[in-house]
Design a protein around this ligand. Structure first.
Ligand code: ZN
Length: 352
């Protein structure tokens, strides 16, 4: 009742203002009519069951279209994974003060590192290729956006004809299997033999990795299950082999995982090199190519491979695309010194 009193008082105040500016209205008539309307509204409100309040997290646009020669390309963000450990997941440990300085001088947050999850989609005629599939179905609103966004550009799951896997970490392989079934029913699934061999070896060797060892049995079990489900559509690609009449070429880039792959895409003289998890951050692995992330299975080999591919990139200067780089993930590599580079992100283009 107190609430009701306050409500009426506020209403009366508003009416005073209203009748002052509209002298033809009779204040008493208005007040009586208003009270009747108010009681009707209160009754109606009580009869209604209020709908549950489910906040919908707002998503900024997460699809960016571009062209590689004759190939139509999309960079679709599956969201991001916020790594709360921040630079504590970077190695060597002794270099963390320098890493912190680099982050601070670039106005980067230190309470966590957001790992972007960028999925490259290519379309040429009736062929559609995807490069990794993101996390897939998860209850976390920060990621798992890929399927909705793919549909929003008019590509249904059944339209995907080629599904490439770079390596079997959950942010890359998760989306290829949904509810224990193949997500893209008409797609050939391409992966490398060393990646399969690693996950199916009796004891996958994580001895060099700085990963949390507790999560490894679950990781191995989940991946074996996914690969078994995908087996009927799996085709193993050898290092240097190509598909799509040579438009897509696979290159083994081991270290992050045993069979980690990167992809050379070309059409009509235009090139794109998808460097996948050769780097995980737009500052840290560029500022010092020797800095590594805890997720590397073999950090030393990851550094050797990064140096080798960076040398190749500096001589050929292809346009690059990175799975974990700030979305949309396109850019170029610039060299500062023997072991130090810069990521030059490509500015947005509106198409002409
Ligand atoms: Zn990754």
């Amino acid at each position: 009742m107190i609430l009701f009193g306050i409500e009426l008082a506020v209403t009366e105040q508003r009416i005073s203002v209203f009748t002052m500016t509209h002298p033809s209205w009779n204040r008493r008539t208005f007040l009586a009519g208003s009270a009747a309307l108010f009681s009707q509204m209160t009754a109606a409100r009580a009869a209604e069951t209020p709908p549950p309040v489910v906040p919908t997290p707002f998503r900024n646009p997460n699809v960016y279209r571009f062209q590689i020669g004759d190939i139509e390309a999309f960079s679709i963000s599956d969201g991001h994974s916020l790594m709360r450990s921040g630079i504590a997941m970077m190695h060597p440990e002794g270099d963390r003060p320098q890493m912190k300085t680099v982050m601070e001088s670039n106005y980067e947050r230190l309470d966590g590192i957001p790992l972007y999850i960028n999925i490259l989609v290519l379309r040429k005629g009736k062929e559609v290729a995807i490069f990794d599939a993101g996390f897939g179905k998860w209850p976390n609103p920060n990621f798992g956006w890929f399927f909705d966004t793919l549909a929003s550009v008019g590509i249904q799951r059944g339209d995907v004809t080629a599904a490439f896997l770079s390596h079997a970490h959950v942010d890359h392989i998760g989306g290829f299997v949904t509810d224990d079934a193949i997500t893209f029913p008409n797609a050939q699934f391409f992966c490398t033999q060393p990646e399969l061999d690693f996950w199916f070896s009796p004891e996958p060797d994580f001895s060099k990795s700085k990963r949390d060892k507790k999560e490894l049995p679950g990781l191995t079990r989940d991946n074996r299950k996914r690969f078994e489900i995908l087996k009927p559509v799996t085709q193993v690609l050898k290092d240097g082999s190509s598909v799509w009449d040579g438009d897509i070429k696979i290159e083994l880039a081991p270290g992050h995982t045993a069979g980690h792959a990167i992809f050379h895409i070309q059409s009509k003289g235009e090139k794109l090199l998808h460097i996948m998890d050769l780097v995980h951050h737009h500052l840290l692995m560029f500022e010092n190519v020797n800095w590594t992330i805890a997720f590397d299975h073999d950090p030393e080999l990851a550094v050797v491979t990064r140096k080798k591919v960076f040398a190749q990139v500096m001589s050929e200067k292809p346009r690059l695309y990175g799975f974990h780089l700030p979305w949309p993930g396109l850019g170029h590599l610039a060299s500062k010194s023997a072991h130090s580079f810069s990521w030059i992100p490509e500015r947005y283009s509106w198409g002409s």
